[in-house]
Every structure is written in structure tokens, then in C-alpha cells.
Design a protein around this ligand. Structure first.
Ligand code: AMP
Length: 224
């Protein structure tokens, strides 16, 4: 097992955007548990049916379901050399399950995208997705030329159910209660790199890559 990069950050901190950049840059498979669940929802699988209510109300899907789905995904050949996790772990039991599964073989680093709640609410509640392709817009920061219509494919734009303001607030509460403790968890293990998430996306990517290089250099020094 090679390298496992964990992206931490509140929902809406830009983990998905950054994960896509980092996975390209590092040549690691991008594993998003949110995307895996949405795929299951779309295909009406039994797992999707079990997860739907939790997701739509901004709650976390129970650990056992997430852990099973994740381990099944990372057992695929494209994860043999390592992978990048976006949205997992989200609780201490999930982190402990991952730590146990990886043992001492993997080179693990947790990158934390730091951002204030107020900035998250502004970002998330303005986000618009296309039903036809994967394009993402923002009412304020990157509005479509024609309201409600995707400039890439002409598809209809919509707001994700869990991006509505009350749901975002609920997800932030859940984040502070359940996921924020992971920052300390990885910091205690000397595996944490924090970056300022309130910069332009390109700058955040640069900071994340710089943080990763610095952590690898420190590892190399440690093992020499
Ligand atoms: P995301 O796209 O990462 O924001 O995930 C969307 C939703 O999927 C979350 O609000 C949760 O309901 C569920 N979910 C995704 N990843 C996890 C996880 N690691 N643990 C529990 N629930 C998750």
C-alpha cells in the first residue's frame, strides 16, 4: 500500500474541488464517499435507500454502512498504489477503522482545509449544479450567463437538497460535533497539515501541494 491522502474540512470547504486537482497532480484515485452515496441513490440500490434519509437531512450515514462501502471501493485495483479520500473519515470510529485497516504499511497524511462557518454558508447556499453534466456554478462567484441554464450543455441548474441553508447549518453542527475532532486525532499522530481555505482555489491547491511536499520531506528525514 502506497500513499493515503485524507482531505479534512467542513462540508463546503472545497474538498471536492481540491481533491480533483490533487488526484490529477498526484496520480491517486479520488475517492469521495459523498459521490459514492449519490451514485447509489441515483441507482436506487439498497445502500442508497438506507442512506437517503440521512443525506437529505444533513446527518451522517451510520459508520458501519460508510466503512463497508469505502473498504469495498479501495480494494479495487486503481487504489493499489494509494488513494485520496474526500469526505472520509468523518467520525473518530471511521478514522480508527481506517487506521486499523492500513496498519503501518501506508504513508498517511491528513490535509485540513480551514475555513470559517460564515464563508461556508455563503458558498454552499449559492452553489448550483447541472443536471446534464458535472458543471458547477455559484449565484455570486461564478453565475451562469443565463439564469438556471448550464453554459456547457444547456442542462437545467439545480440546488443540491443538502445545500439549502437549514441543511447547511445542520451539516456544520454535525461537522463540529463529529468531524472536527479528527483534526486533533491526526495532529496527535503528527500526520496533519493545515492550510487556509479562504483563498482562491488555485492558491489552496498550491498550499496543499506545498504542505504535502513538506510532510514527505519530514518523513524522509525521520526515516533516515
Ligand atoms: P459530501 O458530498 O461529502 O458532503 O457527502 C454528502 C452526504 O453523504 C453527507 O452529508 C452524509 O450524509 C453522507 N456522507 C458522505 N461521507 C460520509 C461519511 N464519511 N460518513 C457519514 N456520512 C457520509
Amino acid at each position: 500500500m502506497g500513499r493515503v491522502v485524507i482531505l479534512l474540512g467542513a462540508p463546503g470547504a472545497g474538498k471536492g474541488t481540491q481533491a480533483a486537482q490533487l488526484s490529477k497532480n498526484l496520480g491517486l484515485a479520488h475517492i469521495s464517499t459523498g459521490d459514492l452515496f449519490r451514485e447509489n441513490l441515483k441507482n436506487n440500490t439498497p445502500l442508497g435507500d438506507q442512506a437517503r434519509e440521512f443525506m437529505n437531512s444533513g446527518r451522517l450515514v451510520p459508520d458501519a454502512l460508510v466503512i463497508e462501502m469505502l473498504f469495498d471501493r479501495v480494494s479495487k485495483p486503481d487504489c493499489e498504489v494509494g488513494y485520496l479520500l474526500d469526505g472520509f473519515p468523518r467520525t473518530i470510529p471511521q478514522a480508527a477503522a481506517l487506521e486499523e485497516a492500513l496498519g503501518t504499511d501506508a504513508d498517511v497524511v491528513a490535509l485540513s482545509i480551514e475555513i470559517r462557518d460564515a464563508a461556508i454558508i455563503e458558498r454552499a447556499t449559492g452553489r448550483l449544479l447541472c443536471r446534464g453534466c458535472t458543471a458547477i456554478y455559484h449565484r455570486t462567484f461564478s453565475p451562469p450567463a443565463q439564469a438556471g441554464v448550464c453554459g456547457e450543455c444547456g442542462g437545467e441548474l439545480f440546488q443540491r437538497e443538502d445545500d439549502q441553508e437549514e441543511v447547511v447549518a445542520k451539516r456544520l453542527n454535525v461537522y463540529h460535533a463529529e468531524t472536527a475532532p479528527l483534526v486533533e486525532y491526526y495532529s496527535d499522530r503528527d500526520l496533519l497539515v493545515g492550510v487556509n481555505g479562504e483563498q482562491a482555489p488555485d492558491q489552496v491547491t498550491e498550499a496543499l501541494l506545498a504542505g504535502l511536499s513538506a510532510s514527505c520531506a519530514a518523513d524522509d528525514r525521520g526515516s533516515n
